[in-house]
Design a protein. Sequence first.
Lengths: 408, 408
Amino acid sequence: MILLRNIGLLVTCRPDSGQNNLHAIPHASLVWSAGRIVWAGPDDQVPATLGTLVMEDAGGRMVVPGLVDCHTHLAFGGWRADEFARRVRGESYAEIARSGGGILSTVRATRAAGEAVLAARADEMLTRMMALGVTTVEAKSGYGLTVADELMLLRVYQQLAARGPVRVVPTVLGAHTVPPEFASDRAGYLRLLTEELLPRVAAMELARYCDAFVEQGAFTVEEARQVFRAASSLGMRAKLHADQLTSSGGAELAADVGAVSADHLEHVSDAGIAAMAAAGVVAVSLPIASLYLRQPPLPARKLLDAGVPVAVATDFNPGSAPSYHLPLAMTLACTTQGMTPAEALKGATIVAARAIGEEANIGSLEEGKAADFAVIDAPDVDHWLYHFRPNACVRTVIGGRTVWRGSE
Amino acid sequence: MILLRNIGLLVTCRPDSGQNNLHAIPHASLVWSAGRIVWAGPDDQVPATLGTLVMEDAGGRMVVPGLVDCHTHLAFGGWRADEFARRVRGESYAEIARSGGGILSTVRATRAAGEAVLAARADEMLTRMMALGVTTVEAKSGYGLTVADELMLLRVYQQLAARGPVRVVPTVLGAHTVPPEFASDRAGYLRLLTEELLPRVAAMELARYCDAFVEQGAFTVEEARQVFRAASSLGMRAKLHADQLTSSGGAELAADVGAVSADHLEHVSDAGIAAMAAAGVVAVSLPIASLYLRQPPLPARKLLDAGVPVAVATDFNPGSAPSYHLPLAMTLACTTQGMTPAEALKGATIVAARAIGEEANIGSLEEGKAADFAVIDAPDVDHWLYHFRPNACVRTVIGGRTVWRGSE
């Protein structure tokens, strides 16, 4: 049993309260055993009944729950820096996609890379994310777009999840875009997804969630509905890329199919917000993508005021969000969307955990949950997210094991 | 004499070309001696006449000129994280200033901190900036606002400049805001600045430039003109905080007084742009401040198209820009202002050097200039500024001496 004492501020992020209440405990201790939290509370109230403890010292620093990046496209081949220069000169994402760039460019590079290269690259990214305090990562396929290549991406995630230490939650995103082979046979691609890919993914238990990109140029609401129907019958809940570039009914569909989350939402309608609130769908804000694509910010205040929980994630991918820096996304959620630092931290911990159905296991520092946490060099959450630094995380712990330590 | 060979891409940023031409040399070498560059060119063309060389290897990485942060408020007491949470909820900078927050809050904390604490804090910031590839930092006073306290801040910069290794260029910003002691005697404060502070700063050679915050709630164009007239007679050129929150004639004034730079410019008028172009004033873009204050982006394309060189800097300060991350400012200059990665890099090197009158000495990698450079883990500039990471700099060299090395 290990006791971490002298925590300047233990930010538990317990969910049993308002969005702005972090349940933070000053001068605190955290006790864990066999990877699980046994006790969390003030330094001077550690129960004697806990028995013999190995003592560690947090040096007065802040401890927060391990960050949960609940929306990434972790494994991909190549990069798309060339498109970045085109976009900053004013070309739209849709224009670049039509000229053979965009998602399909990464699909070509991903198919060419092969499983070993994809696994090595994704593993390196996980290591870098871990240094920022990230302990759980949702990871989507969607750059394969054949049965074999989608399964390859999901096997990469399976392998990374098994190896650890970062927890990986896989999502199948065969409905990312229609691949060139099916350009003139959309119905055929949908049959491939619903009759071949999804059943095989389910049989091999390669994904927990099924995602679809509902957007002009990607999939219609009705096409996505077919995909989610098949996924649901196979035991996979829906997640959606919704209302990112246009208001296209994605939020409404998410509510309708009981999705665990609807992500992006830069152009969500009021009706979509109301439907999400009624259905209990989590909104996932992806402010790095909004920044890189010059989209309006997600209307976080409207969503929160309507009772929709708002998670914050990176959307890490080689096109629209080429950064895995989750604390940057959290600071941007404050500066561009009007989320408070407390809301942004909850959004990247307990609410993000809910967006991947893991809220019983991770996302807050409470008895019985996994001992996943980050030690942050800041006196409080406001200061951390306000004073943006390359990396304020000085130690990352997953399942009670220290997996990263900074130089200070 | 030292030879750094196997540079994947040597980005010289030579100024004798268009804003988008970086004069980058693939497979290059860089040779320096006694802190100065002796030769830069392709690996296979190193002149035999250079004699005996100590060989180092860049591992195929990119080398860029040391970054120049040409607008910071480096030394200050306290922080203002509390105001960040207020601002994200919608309070304006002006409202916070009126309620006793803003600059005056930092003035109180700075006066209370004392010279030793201010120097230690600023020194730590310089060390962290250096790790990002920053080799020169412009540093403003402006949080003292008494003769004694402004001189104290400038002595801190003098001490840091003397100690090195980061080059520090000091600017006196007594005209930052009217201090509470002179709230009902603006003319008295202007006399203090022009008749006491500036002459003493000049006599002790404590500042190269004189800055003023031209804005509603700070100083009028006519008041700033008085300050610049006094500074000019003492040999100090003008720099301006211009048109940040409102269009207030700052750019026109900068042109009129022959300022070396006009900074912020989120609300610059077309007439102001034309005047700056005609007078050769450098525009300094501060996209981190625009982000944190939710200001519109500086119209970089308009300025560049009008022939105004645009530098990029952090504006590092505890209120409106609490981050010293210059590569973040460069990425934001691309994503929010439509600058190309090449323009952003020139903006943070050779154009930034011009904004502090140092373009003959630093800002590009050319024979005779200081051997100040950063080794970047990226194949090219597009990739570096597109794939935002905590820190892509793996080695920083100032005056030929390696002052920082990353873990990889």
